[in-house]
Each structure stands twice: as structure tokens, then as C-alpha cells.
Design a protein around this ligand. Structure first.
Ligand code: URA
Length: 207
């Protein structure tokens, strides 16, 4: 269990496009998905395998396939921006959704929607949100998944603030956190700095 900052040169190169305020919506969206895909490759290293009997054109043999169902659960709405990149590497994964937004005054998470795969309790779950800021929404979503019986959760984000990491680790030490970058901190509006701004607005072109 722990926190993993993904220093791969390709991830860092692509991250510089996301940080640039002049990157347009199209490139931002594509690059975010590319980073999410590269992170998926790393974050799935520990998935369990099981042996199955397979017949090649030559003979019967055993091959290895993923032992457990896998689910990707984006926290709406910005988490949606990572799903396409992740399913490229996990095409059999189911996708659930949790809707939590941050009350801009209290900064507390507000729940509004959830739809999860039926076998979620047996699944390895990758909970995703590009920005781990205060940790409020992440903790809310992890609590929610655990109440549904989920036992194996990893949290994937593009940028994490040390404050958010600390809060999630304190509440959920069993959850691995993967980030492309651990930034300096949170400003007075709880935005991550240097960060990349509002991830949802940049993915969906709403600002
Ligand atoms: N959410 C964002 O989209 N950006 C931040 O910097 C913090 C939270």
C-alpha cells in the first residue's frame, strides 16, 4: 500500500501539455486520456492472474487471464476524462459512476448520483478523478464503495496535493494512490498549485 508518483518520461512530457493554459480542449482531452492509459499500465501490475486451459492451433496448453473482475469508477464529472484511456488497456472492465461535487463554500462533498456494476463487491476497483485536492470527494467515494462491499480499491489521479493524499491515507490506509504528479499544495480556493486549473472545465470546454 502506498503513494506512487509516476515519473515516467512520457507521462511527464504529456503532463506539461495539460498544465499549459493555452492547450485547447481537444488536445487537453486527448492528452489526459493518454496519461490515464499509461498510468493504467503501471497501476495494474499487481492484478492477480489465474490459469485457464486453452487450445492453440498446435496443442492444448494453459494460459493466464485476469482472475478478478475489474471496474473503473470515475467520480463525475472530471473523472470521465480518464475512462477512455483506461479502457484501452482494460477492455473487459465495467464502468461505474459516482456523482459527487464540491460545495464551493463549505468545500464539503455533496452526493447526487451512483450506478455501479452488479459484481462491484468482488471487483478490483480503480476509482478515478484527475485532481486529488482536499480529498473530500475521494474519501466520500471510497467510503461509499466500501459500504457496497468493495475490498480492493486503488485511486488514480493526474495531480495530487499533499493535503489530499494525507487525508485519504489517514482515512483509508489500504487504498493505493497513483498520481502523475504530487504538486506543491492548495491555494486559498482549494485549487492545486501549480496544477492545471479546473480539470472538468478544461475537459468539457465549459470555461
Ligand atoms: N479540482 C480541479 O479541477 N482543480 C483543482 O485544482 C482542484 C480541484
Amino acid at each position: 500500500m502506498g503513494v506512487f508518483e509516476m515519473n515516467h518520461p512520457l507521462i511527464q512530457h504529456k503532463l506539461s501539455y495539460l498544465r499549459n493554459k493555452d492547450t485547447d480542449t481537444k488536445i487537453f482531452r486527448e492528452t489526459l486520456n493518454e496519461i490515464a492509459g499509461l498510468m493504467t499500465y503501471e497501476a495494474t501490475k499487481g492484478l492477480r492472474l489465474k490459469e485457464v486451459e486453452t487450445e492453440t492451433p498446435i496443442m492444448k496448453t494453459t494460459t493466464k487471464v485476469l482472475a478478478d473482475p475489474v471496474a473503473i469508477v470515475p467520480i463525475l464529472r472530471a473523472g470521465l476524462g480518464m475512462v477512455e484511456g483506461m479502457v484501452t488497456f482494460l477492455p473487459t472492465a465495467r464502468v461505474g459512476h459516482i456523482g459527487v461535487y464540491r460545495n464551493e463554500e463549505t468545500l464539503e462533498p455533496v452526493y447526487y448520483y451512483c450506478k455501479l456494476p452488479v459484481d462491484i463487491a468482488k471487483s478490483k476497483v480503480f476509482l478515478v478523478d484527475p485532481m486529488l485536492a482536499t480529498g473530500g470527494s475521494a474519501n466520500y467515494a471510497i467510503d461509499y464503495l466500501k459500504q457496497k462491499g468493495v475490498k480492493d480499491i486503488s485511486f488514480l489521479c493526474i495531480i495530487a496535493a499533499p493535503e489530499g493524499i494525507e487525508r485519504v491515507q489517514e482515512a483509508h490506509p489500504d487504498v493505493d494512490i497513483y498520481a502523475a504528479s504530487i504538486d506543491e499544495g492548495l491555494n486559498e480556493k482549494s485549487y492545486i498549485y501549480p496544477g492545471l486549473g479546473d480539470a472538468g472545465d478544461r475537459i468539457f470546454g465549459t470555461k
